[in-house]
Design a protein around this ligand. Structure first.
Ligand code: LLP
Length: 486
């Protein structure tokens, strides 16, 4: 069951709420609209998939950092995967407590676990939340905060290790670390979202493994090696890729364990793709993913960590836009909407496909035409969809009646007449929950959109939209003084 669907009346609904009605009541467009229940369902899919394994789901906050969503996921029993000091600060604000671990335990459903003590001295139990700090350029200041809070930290390079050790000394606490290994497995995705190939900037290669093990041994007062991590890339649609990586990773773990390290965790990263095309193609589910690595994890008595972002949050949300107008240049029809690459950059940046649909029903005699759906931003890269077939919506009728006497325009053909009167229609970009709002910019002084979710039949605002005042406030109290004098 999916949260966004067309009902018998041909309107688009989100969990029983008509998206057109949300549009009519929202403070402005574009806006993001989520289904809280779909977030829960996506998380439950992982929880069920992980049954029988000691495991932790760490949500990759970079995918979507809405505080309400973080609080909700934490409440469900999720951990947090962070890539910056500010993501860590936000996770703490959302109530994540990195000193407690939330293990999905083989024998007990999560809500019934009593407090457990792990071998590494940490307490785990209901409401506990593991936090993992990833990244290839972590700075000492942020690592100090991570060390203070007991966050697991991934080691990405020689200098990263040095910085982690420095932070541990500053805080006077031993930092639990995982080695981020670059296994050189091709994830078969867009090169911008591939991270585990040998020439990628992330992780360490096997030829350096021994150096890292020796270095970690010599810093045993500051750090404790607790696991190994890899992340292959994002939008992966074949589970064999995860299996290939897991085989390599358990071999590394065997090798590391023979040197006296007590590794407990295998972290296989995130990366599971979703059905952006809405063509009904059957893609691997969390169950398929976990089942391909299950035996390997059990055979080495490991705790599995998984770091999903997209597969937890992408399909829970649409970007809802209004049509500003329609134009034709040569043979190309354009629908110009108020949303743009500033709010949703994935099509421009990765050539990504995200499904586009009208929120209200088409006219009974609607004509389907092919459009590029574009925003108002001054870039030819500003498109949300290319060559999309869309029917003229019913809303056109009322607009037409209102506008013809006012404009007095004469239209040369019926098709033109239709195209000119698309204004105000609602149009959604689907699967906008991951890497859309979190990658939004203010280019052309576009304001980041408000966010709403449907929570048990009610539409609730979960983030304010940015305002013009937010832009000018950065100039308040500025004194025109040089900070350096040459
Ligand atoms: N763990 C690590 C270390 C990561 O780098 C990422 C994503 C994840 C987990 C979560 O991966 P997911 O389950 O969401 O695929 N902006 C791009 C995606 C970049 C992903 C970066 N790393 C996009 O819009 O497609």
């Amino acid at each position: 069951r999916h949260c966004f669907s067309k009902s018998a009346d041909s309107y688009l609904y989100c969990e029983g709420v008509r998206v057109q009605d949300v549009m009519d009541g929202a403070e402005r467009s574009p806006f993001y609209l989520y289904s809280k229940a779909q977030i829960t369902r996506n998380f439950e899919a992982y929880r069920e998939a992980l049954e029988g394994l000691r495991s932790i789901v760490g949500y990759a906050i970079k995918a979507n950092n809405n505080l309400k969503i973080l609080e909700h996921l934490r409440g469900l029993g999720c951990g947090a995967v962070l890539v910056s000091g500010n993501e860590l600060r936000l996770a703490l604000r959302a109530g994540f407590d990195p000193t407690r671990l939330n293990l999905f335990f083989p024998l007990f459903p999560i809500k019934e676990i009593p407090i457990f003590c792990l071998a590494n001295g940490m307490i785990c139990g209901p409401g506990g939340e593991l936090c993992i700090f990833n990244g290839n350029g972590k700075i000492v200041e942020d690592l100090v905060l991570a060390a203070e809070k007991g966050v697991f930290v991934n080691v990405d390079s020689e200098f990263d290790l040095e910085n982690i050790v420095t932070a541990a000394r500053v805080v006077g606490k031993k930092v639990p670390v995982l080695l981020r290994i670059n296994p050189d497995v091709d994830p078969q995705v867009h090169p911008y979202v591939a991270t585990g190939n040998k020439t990628s900037k992330f992780g360490i290669r096997n030829e350096k493994l021994q150096w890292f093990l020796d270095a970690i041994k010599s810093c045993s007062n500051e750090i404790k090696l607790v696991g190994a991590h890899c992340h292959l890339g994002s939008t992966i649609t074949k589970v064999d890729i995860f299996r290939d990586a897991a085989v390599l990773m358990v071999n590394y773990i065997d090798q590391i364990r023979t040197q006296g390290f007590e590794l407990e965790y295998l972290n296989i990263g995130g990366g599971l793709g979703i059905d952006y095309y809405h063509t009904g193609t059957v893609l691997p589910t969390p169950v398929d993913l976990i089942n391909t690595v299950r035996e390997l994890v059990l055979s080495r008595d490991l705790t599995l960590i998984i770091e999903p972002g997209r597969s937890l949050i992408a399909n829970t949300c649409c970007l809802v836009n209004r049509v500003t107008g329609v134009k034709t240049n040569g043979t190309k029809n354009f629908i110009v909407i108020d949303g743009s690459m500033a709010e949703l950059i994935r099509p421009s940046l990765y050539g990504a496909y995200q499904h586009i649909e009208l929120v209200s029903p088409p006219l009974p005699d609607a004509e389907v035409s092919t459009f590029d759906v574009v925003g108002p931003v001054c870039e030819s890269a500003d498109f949300l969809g290319k060559d999309r077939e869309l029917p003229t919506p019913a809303k056109v009728i009322s607009l037409l009646i209102l506008s013809i006497p006012c404009t007095g325009q004469v239209f040369s053909s019926f098709t033109n007449w239709r195209l000119m009167h698309f204004q105000g229609a609602g149009l959604v970009v689907h699967d906008a929950g991951a890497y859309c709002m979190s990658m939004a910019s203010t280019y052309n002084l576009k304001m980041r959109p408000p966010e709403y979710w449907v929570d048990d039949g009610s539409v609730v605002k979960i983030r304010h939209g940015e305002t013009f005042e937010d832009f000018v406030k950065f100039f308040d109290g500025i004194l025109y003084r040089r900070i350096l004098i040459f």
